[in-house]
Write a protein of this length. Structure first.
Length: 271
């Protein structure tokens, strides 16, 4: 019997595995997120980079789990993009998924290439222009255990402001195998589609409101107490754009920018 593409995919295909900040000032950004979210910043050696690479870690010691990375703009992008966060999604085959992106109307912004000792990745955009990175990571020995789900400092939600919510969901369902969990009626703003990865709700997507200038992904970081975290944002030179806002699931969120202008969000079960 022939198997469909979704049946032959691994249990990690379509899973968000990393968040990366590209910024104009890594030292200032590291200090800001250390204060606001509680991450430690560790510099690591990365081949083929013009500047240093940093990992955001949770906890103390030599074997702490990392949730994301940070780097300055490479020369070819300097002055062309604002500071921003980008998510990485694990795929079984980067080259094939890049071809899938194109086949279904997306585009490849950076062709697949190897990161020595880490894996193979590409930068891709969906049919409306929202950017992600896709990666097939290499097997890693002696990796620290991930922190419990929902722990402060972890990524709690992935959200897409889409060019068209229905079309975007259809695209990602084909490429990553994501499924519909349920829709939430947002009135005049339309439906908010909660999507699941291998049966687990991990994010939402909706047609972007006019206040959002272009289709984009954004990332929610778990914090222990939203009000106190919002005060840390302001004290550190960032801005709170919206919040606190109560959302389904007994949670509170805030949307912010860091001092360099990168957009990020926070979520907590405590106001």
């Amino acid at each position: 019997m022939l198997q469909t593409a979704s049946e032959t995919r691994s249990s990690t295909h379509g899973k968000f595995i990393w968040c990366e900040l590209m910024t104009s000032d890594t030292q200032a950004a590291g200090e800001f997120y250390g204060s606001v979210i509680g991450w430690n910043t560790k510099q690591v050696e990365m081949e083929d980079l013009t500047g240093p690479y940093y990992i955001f870690e949770i906890g103390e010691g030599d074997k702490c789990p990392g949730i994301g990375g940070m780097m300055t703009f490479p020369p070819e992008l300097e002055g062309k993009l604002p500071p921003n966060w980008t998510g990485y999604v694990a795929v079984d085959d980067v080259d094939q998924t890049a071809r899938d992106y194109v086949e279904h109307g997306g585009r490849v912004q950076r062709e697949p290439e190897d990161i020595p000792g880490i894996g193979r990745f590409a930068v891709v955009a969906d049919p409306h222009g929202a950017v992600l990175c896709i990666m097939t990571p290499l097997p890693m020995d002696d990796m620290p255990a991930p922190p419990p789900e929902g722990s402060p400092g972890t990524v709690g939600w992935h959200e897409l402001y889409a060019g068209n919510g229905e079309e975007a969901f259809d695209f990602y369902a084909k490429v990553f195998g994501w499924t519909k969990d349920h829709d939430f009626d947002m009135g005049p703003m339309g439906a908010y589609r909660i999507f699941a990865e291998h049966g687990k709700a991990v994010g939402g997507m909706m047609t972007r409101p006019e206040s959002v200038p272009m289709p984009c992904w954004c990332y929610y970081f778990n914090v222990d107490g939203l009000g106190a975290a919002m005060e840390r944002v302001k004290a550190g030179g960032g801005q709170v754009l919206e919040g606190p806002m109560e959302v389904p699931g007994d949670a509170w969120i805030a949307q912010c920018t860091d001092p360099q202008g990168a957009f990020f969000c926070m979520v907590s079960n405590q106001k």
